[in-house]
Design a protein around this ligand. Structure first.
Ligand SMILES: *Cc1c(COP(=O)(O)O)cnc(C)c1O
Length: 461
């Protein structure tokens, strides 16, 4: 065994060869040494069990071929581009939506250049980083001002920490949402140091439930949009308008976590209705928060709109500094919001709205093209069909509000063949992600962006 071990080359010996020098020039000394060590360790382990020299140690060139492959592999990005054919348009696990070209261009400009982020060019003095977005949002929603943070979860945390630390917040039992596992209203309340006061029951909450819970320690009344579920049957909930009236009576603010929210009327686009930010502002809600990367169609951000005095209090809280957005996000958000000044062009400009509003005949044409391109990749055990499908908006927008869609479905006698096919699709240069349902593999055309690139890849792969 010892004599066998002696045949393993030392790192020092390897480092002297020209092949090593070439690899070091390409990948760096540190990566080379670390992968060489891993490979030698792998060889030792193998030798203990097999009692012989692994094939890749028999010739130095075989060893370097293996090393080169490893070094190539570790250089591949782990956050890879993928094609989303899951049918869920805003898929959180796949990075939600895509940005508009204007937002991408604003973001890359901000990356390459200095920008007037906190600088008023005309006055030549310091300004605030949220000003540009704040002015646009005021114009679009009728709110007095806005505050932008990392995401909507952060927005809710900031509102609670600013106005309700050590105090009570009244929320309906029917609205204690959990979004995507990690965002739960009771947990965020605890983090913000406030006490949740639950009122009403799961299915019914009345104005008098809120009224009875108000005491001198109440910070505000809170409304949470039940984004990802619906309570049906014998139900009642209290509207923002009624809460505002009650709030006025006791001099209490009302805040609303809208989740996705929307700045445009989704019903006019034939999409499931989503509460509009401007309606809540008009109803007199003091602060409304919503996501930048749900239906709005922009970068990940949390936007809080409301009255000037309250927005100023949020801006002054130390947590705002912790949760603030950088120049890239703020530039992209500004560009995204600008599209809303020209609502007739929204579905053209914003990829998310474009995908969601594609007519079925377009999806059918794409399905035919996809079926054609896939056929050359599939052997006789698979069969391909075009079928009606049900897509979703995703990201917490009502999962039971489905969107008509079209899919290419793949079936096979053996489920194991389908699983192997799914793996093959995932191994493509740009992996294709679909979904399993009814023992078939579904490739839904509603959610896929860059369709032409998908076809080109399938033709080349
Ligand atoms: C999605 C959602 C959140 C979290 O928003 P992120 O931008 O994902 O942080 C909070 N509240 C509600 C009601 C939501 O729907």
């Amino acid at each position: 065994m010892q004599t066998l071990f002696r045949l393993i080359p030392s790192i020092d010996k390897l480092l002297k060869s020209q092949q090593a020098i070439d690899l070091i020039n390409k990948f760096g000394h540190q990566a080379f040494v670390s992968e060489a060590r891993n490979l030698i360790e792998e060889a030792r382990q193998q030798m203990v069990t097999t009692q012989k020299l692994p094939a890749f140690l028999e010739h130095e060139s075989a060893l370097f071929t293996k090393l080169s492959a490893k070094l190539q592999a570790i250089q591949q990005p782990q956050i890879k581009k993928v094609f989303n054919l899951t049918g869920t348009v805003l898929h959180t696990n796949l990075g939600r939506g895509l940005w508009s070209e204007a937002a991408i261009s604003a973001a890359t400009d901000a990356m390459r250049h200095n920008v007037a982020l906190e600088f008023d060019i005309e006055q030549g003095k310091r300004s605030h980083r949220d000003n540009a977005v704040s002015a646009l949002i005021a114009q679009l929603t009728g709110a007095e001002a806005a505050c932008v943070v990392n995401n909507n979860a952060a927005a809710v945390l900031l509102m609670l920490a600013t106005f309700a630390q050590g105090k009570e917040v009244i929320v309906s039992r029917g609205e204690l949402v959990e979004i995507g596992g990690a965002f739960r209203i009771p947990d965020i309340m605890q983090q913000a140091g406030c006490t949740l006061v639950e009122v009403g029951t799961t299915n019914r909450t009345h104005l008098k439930d809120y009224r009875n819970a108000i005491n001198e320690n109440t910070a505000f009344l809170m409304k949470v949009h039940t984004s990802n579920y619906q309570i049906q049957g014998f139900t009642s909930s209290v509207s923002e308008e009624e809460l505002v009236e009650l709030g006025n009576e006791f001099n209490l603010a009302v805040i609303s976590d809208l989740g996705s929210g929307s700045l445009t009327n989704m019903a006019q686009l034939n999409l499931p209705a989503e509460p509009m930010v401007q309606e809540k502002v008009a109803a007199g809600v003091d602060l409304v928060s919503f996501s930048g990367d749900k239906l709005l169609g922009g970068p990940q951000a949390g936007i809080i709109v409301g009255k000037k005095a309250q927005i100023e209090a949020l801006q002054a809280h130390p947590l705002k500094r912790v949760l603030r957005c950088d120049k890239v996000i703020l530039s992209a958000l500004e560009a995204t919001l600008r599209h809303y000044l020209f609502p007739e062009k929204l579905t053209e400009a914003l990829p998310t709205l474009h995908l969601l509003t594609q007519p079925l005949y377009v999806l059918k044409l794409k399905a035919e093209q996809l079926k054609q391109a896939l056929s050359k990749h599939l052997t006789a055990e698979f069969s391909l069909q075009i079928e009606d499908s049900l897509a979703q908006i995703g990201s917490g927008a009502l999962p039971m509000e489905t969107l008509a869609s079209v899919a290419v479905t793949i079936s096979a006698e053996k489920q194991s063949d389908l699983l192997a096919l799914e793996q093959r699709f995932k191994s493509f240069r740009c992996p294709i992600i679909g979904r399993f349902a009814q023992q078939k593999f579904w490739l839904d055309l509603r959610s896929v962006a860059q369709f032409e690139l998908l076809i080109t890849m399938l033709e080349r792969e």
